[in-house]
Design a protein around this ligand. Structure first.
Ligand code: AMP
Ligand code: FE
Ligand code: FE
Ligand code: ZN
Length: 285
C-alpha cells in the first residue's frame, strides 16, 4: 500500500486542481494521499470527492508557514477540524500577509528592471487562495525573465534578493498548539531542508516533543540528503515520533518531486490516524 502524505494543488502553489492531483495519485498507484496546501483548507472537499470517485483515500492536511528563530520552517497539520476558529484565523492572517505584500514585491521587481504587473501574477494563479512568491515566479517565467521557479527564487525572490519582501509567519510552537486544539496531528515538514537544521536542532525538536507534544517528523523528502534522512529517522525513533515520507508534489511547479517518489510506511500512517482520532480530529472534512 503506497502512501504519500504531502502534496500541493493549485489552491496553493501546485499546478494541478485537487481533482486532477487525486486522479494522478490513483495512476501513480497511491492508496492514500495527503493534501497539504499552504495555509488553506480550500482544496480538501474537492480532493475528498475525487478520492471517492478514483478509489484513493485523501488525508486532509495543511502546511502552515512558521517561523523558528528567524528561519522560515513548515509545519504539517493532519486531520484538523476545518471549523476551529483560532486555527482558521491564523491561516487567514498568513494568507492575507502573503497576498498583502504582492504589490510591494512587484514594485521592487519593477525597480530592478523586471517588467511584470500584479495582473500578470493573477493570470498565472487564478485558483490560488493566496498569491505568493511561487506565483510571482510563474509570472516571471511566463514573461520570459527566468526559466523556472528555482532560478526566480535564486536570483530574485529569496531573502536578500531584489524582489524579497518579508511577510508574517506563525511562531512554530504556537502552530503545533493550534493544530492540536483543532484535533489534528502536527508533523514537521522537511525539517532540515534549506539550512533549517541550523534552528531545528535535535535539542529544539526534543523540546517541541516535550513541551508541545509534536507528533512527527517528515524524514524522507527530496530536500534531505541520505545522511540527514538516516539521522532524522534515528532521532524520530528515539523521541517516539511518527516518521513520514512524502513527495511534496507541486505539479510542474517543482521538478524532481513526482507523486510517490517518497512514501510513508503503513505503520506510521496508522499511528498518525490514531493520534488524530485520540485528539478528536477529522479524517473526513
Ligand atoms: P511565500 O509564502 O510567498 O513566501 O513563498 C514561499 C513558497 O515558496 C513555499 O511554498 C516554498 O515551498 C516555495 N519555495 C521556496 N523556494 C523555492 C524554490 N527554489 N523553488 C520553488 N518554490 C520555492
Ligand atoms: Fe510550496
Ligand atoms: Fe514546505
Ligand atoms: Zn510542501
Amino acid at each position: 500500500m503506497r502512501i504519500d502524505l504531502h502534496t500541493h494543488s493549485a489552491v496553493s502553489d501546485g499546478t494541478d486542481s485537487p481533482t486532477r492531483l487525486v486522479m494522478k495519485a490513483a495512476s501513480a498507484g497511491l492508496a492514500v494521499v495527503g493534501l497539504t496546501d499552504h495555509d488553506t483548507f480550500d482544496g480538501l472537499a474537492e480532493a475528498q470527492a475525487a478520492g471517492a470517485r478514483f478509489g484513493v483515500r485523501v488525508l486532509p492536511g495543511v502546511e502552515i508557514s512558521c517561523n523558528q528563530d528567524g528561519h522560515e520552517v513548515h509545519l504539517l497539520g493532519y486531520g484538523c477540524r476545518t471549523d476551529a476558529p483560532d486555527l482558521l484565523a491564523e491561516l487567514a492572517r498568513l494568507r492575507n500577509s502573503r497576498s498583502g505584500r504582492l504589490l510591494r514585491m512587484v514594485q521592487a521587481l519593477n525597480k530592478a528592471g523586471i517588467d511584470i504587473t500584479t495582473d500578470d501574477v493573477h493570470a498565472v494563479a487564478s485558483s490560488a487562495s493566496s498569491l505568493g512568491r511561487p506565483h510571482v515566479a510563474d509570472a516571471m517565467i511566463a514573461e520570459g525573465y527566468v526559466a523556472d521557479r528555482d532560478e526566480a527564487f535564486r536570483d530574485w525572490l529569496d531573502v536578500g534578493r531584489p524582489g524579497f519582501v518579508r511577510r508574517y509567519s506563525c511562531d512554530l510552537a504556537t502552530g503545533v498548539d493550534l493544530i492540536h486544539r483543532s484535533g489534528g496531528a502536527a508533523v514537521l515538514a522537511h525539517p532540515w531542508a534549506r539550512g533549517a537544521d541550523a534552528v531545528l536542532t535535535p535539542e529544539r525538536i526534543a523540546a517541541l516533543v516535550r513541551d508541545h507534544q509534536l507528533d512527527g517528523l517528515e524524514v524522507d523528502h527530496q530536500d534531505h540528503t541520505a545522511a540527514q534522512r538516516a539521522m532524522l529517522f534515528d532521532l524520530g525513533g528515539r523521541l517516539g515520533l511518527v516518521r513520514t515520507g512524502s513527495s511534496d508534489y507541486h505539479g510542474t511547479g517543482k521538478t524532481n518531486h513526482e507523486l510517490g517518489c517518497n512514501t510513508t510506511r503503513e505503520t506510521a500512517h496508522r499511528e498518525l490516524c490514531t493520534r488524530i482520532q485520540l485528539r478528536g480530529g477529522a479524517l473526513r472534512r
